[in-house]
Design a binder for this molecule. Structure first.
Ligand SMILES: Cc1cc2nc3c(=O)[nH]c(=O)nc-3n(C[C@H](O)[C@H](O)[C@H](O)COP(=O)(O)OP(=O)(O)OC[C@H]3O[C@@H](n4cnc5c(N)ncnc54)[C@H](O)[C@@H]3O)c2cc1C
Length: 473
């Protein structure tokens, strides 16, 4: 039987980061990835010879190189990736667009958001500054019971419109709960999106994944693709190893799972072991929030029609911003419109990409997908994509005649390719903040540890290895 000091379930960003951190010190480690390539929620595919990214709009947590303590710079040091190899490009300006008097712009210079709040919400300036002091003072990394972020924010801000406008980008880029979030998540997201900001490395997600994989393999780490873990094997309160779909048993001293909380629970086929892993039943831990994501490629004639100074637009068209699983298949009342080329110094290609995200209802899509005849599902996709294009066209200008390629994916697609239950992009609403489980050598990393997005997932992998495994070796 093969034996490893560390086995990692999942070759997404958190799994790769955990692997690099462990392998860097000459330790033997194996990542088992179910899919045929790395990346998980943040991957890519090819259509008509073009690479299309599944996840990456923008990376959060931008920091200048001299800020040695910033999460991004600490992360790159831990992974031993020189910052210059990434050639970071900062966002231009992003915008939160609501009906009425409301739009707020922000960039990687936080003073822009402060001045926008002063201009649009003059009566709220002092309250906003007090909230910033509250955010600065909050230690988001100490494990503690969930606290409502809405309650926290409403102790400072009276203007409900400003409250909704602040929550909109944070929820779209990290909300795993409906209409509210845990205060720790709120603080992490507020800092990483508003106070630090967005960037993209040069190239595509494939380049970033290639860099991480190369680093991992150069340190001696092993990875096996199309190699799903079917079962986690436990003896008393210890994990002894795993069994793959191919039937191989592999033993380990430590196991890190990045598959997610309900997904990991399901890998315990013995009911007692599943109950030991988590007392929470699956319906309490499955996330409900998923998206319809559309990718458009425009020809260069669209360049002068599309906004060039906006990187991301978070929009909401109705009186109240609703961040929940919609009753309909898709909620077009709100969404994210991302221009992946609108970063400083981005190459101006002949083809211009655009990404659009809306909240979507997993059950409605699954219902259509479950028909033996897939034509209903396909027709539903075409219909909602057309309706989305119409709504988005009213915001950014209608360039439909310049579209050379479009594709959309639904909550069902996300579930199929990432094994995230119900296509829940931000995972379970329950997070295991310290990553520990009732098994002394099993840790949860990634989305369900509560560090979100690309930088969050990478940091989570590194932190779990540092805190729990290196400490005990
Ligand atoms: C449409 C979309 C847009 C996004 N946009 C952004 C963005 O712009 N910026 C940003 O920062 N973040 C974005 N994200 C979120 C970001 O992609 C995720 O937060 C991050 O990639 C999560 O990484 P992870 O390692 O925690 O989980 P995952 O990526 O889910 O990795 C888990 C891995 O485990 C594998 N796995 C599952 N079960 C098993 C098993 N039984 N055996 C073996 N392997 C298994 C899966 O195949 C997967 O590869 C986006 C996500 C989506 C879907």
């Amino acid at each position: 039987m093969r034996e490893y000091p560390l086995l990692i379930i999942g070759g997404g960003l958190s799994g790769l980061a955990a692997g690099i951190r462990f392998a860097r010190f000459g330790q033997k480690v194996l990542i088992l990835e179910k899919h045929s390539k790395a990346g998980g929620l943040n991957s890519y595919y090819y259509r008509k010879g073009r690479l299309l990214e599944t996840g990456l709009h923008a990376i959060t947590n931008y920091a200048p190189p001299e800020d040695k303590h910033a999460p991004l710079n600490r992360l790159l040091r831990q992974l031993k990736i020189p910052r210059r190899t990434l050639k970071l490009r900062q966002q231009h300006t992003s915008e939160i667009l609501f009906p009425g008097r409301a739009n707020l712009c922000f960039s990687n210079d936080f003073s822009l958001l402060q001045s926008q709040v002063a201009k649009r919400f003059p009566d709220s300036v002092k309250q906003f500054e007090k909230m910033l002091t509250g955010i600065d003072a909050y230690d988001a990394f100490t494990p503690r019971p969930k606290v409502s972020a809405r309650k926290f924010v409403s102790t400072f801000l009276q203007d409900q419109l400003l409250v909704e406008m602040i929550f909109c980008p944070l929820m779209f880029y990290g909300g795993s709960d409906e209409d509210d979030m845990d205060l720790s998540q709120f603080v992490i997201l507020f800092r990483s999106i508003f106070q630090e900001g967005f960037f993209r490395p040069e190239g595509t997600i494939k380049d970033l994944l290639g860099l991480l994989l190369q680093q991992y393999q150069d340190f001696g780490g092993e990875i096996e693709f199309s190699s799903g873990v079917k079962e986690i094997l436990a003896v008393n309160n210890r994990i002894s190893g795993i069994r793959t779909y191919a039937g191989e048993e592999i033993s380990c001293d430590y196991l890190i799972s990045t598959a997610g909380l309900p997904e990991t629970r399901r890998l315990f086929t013995v009911p007692e072991a599943a109950a030991t892993f988590s007392e929470l039943p699956e319906d309490k831990t499955s996330g409900r929030l998923s998206f319809l994501e559309s990718i458009y490629l425009f020809n260069k004639s669209a360049r002068n029609q599309l906004p060039q100074d906006r990187t991301i637009i978070f929009y909401n068209l109705s009186g109240k911003f609703s961040y929940r699983r919609p009753d309909d298949a898709v909620d077009l009342n709100s969404g994210v419109i991302c221009f992946p080329d609108n970063f400083e110094g981005s190459r101006q290609d002949d083809i211009i990409p655009l990404r659009v995200t809306h909240l979507a209802n997993y059950e409605k899509w699954l219902h259509a997908y479950d028909d033996a005849d897939k034509s209903r599902y396909t027709a539903m996709k075409t219909d909602w994509t057309e309706r989305s294009r119409e709504v988005v066209g009213k915001i950014i200008g209608n360039c439909s005649e310049n579209i050379v390629y479009e594709d959309s994916f639904t909550p069902v697609t996300i579930e199929r390719f990432t094994s995230r239950t119900q296509g829940a992009v931000y995972g379970s609403s329950e997070k295991i903040k310290d990553g520990t489980t009732n098994f002394e050598n099993l840790y949860i990393a990634g989305t369900d540890q509560g560090y979100l997005g690309i930088v969050g997932a990478l940091l989570s992998g590194v932190t779990m290895v540092n805190q729990h495994i290196f400490n005990r070796m």
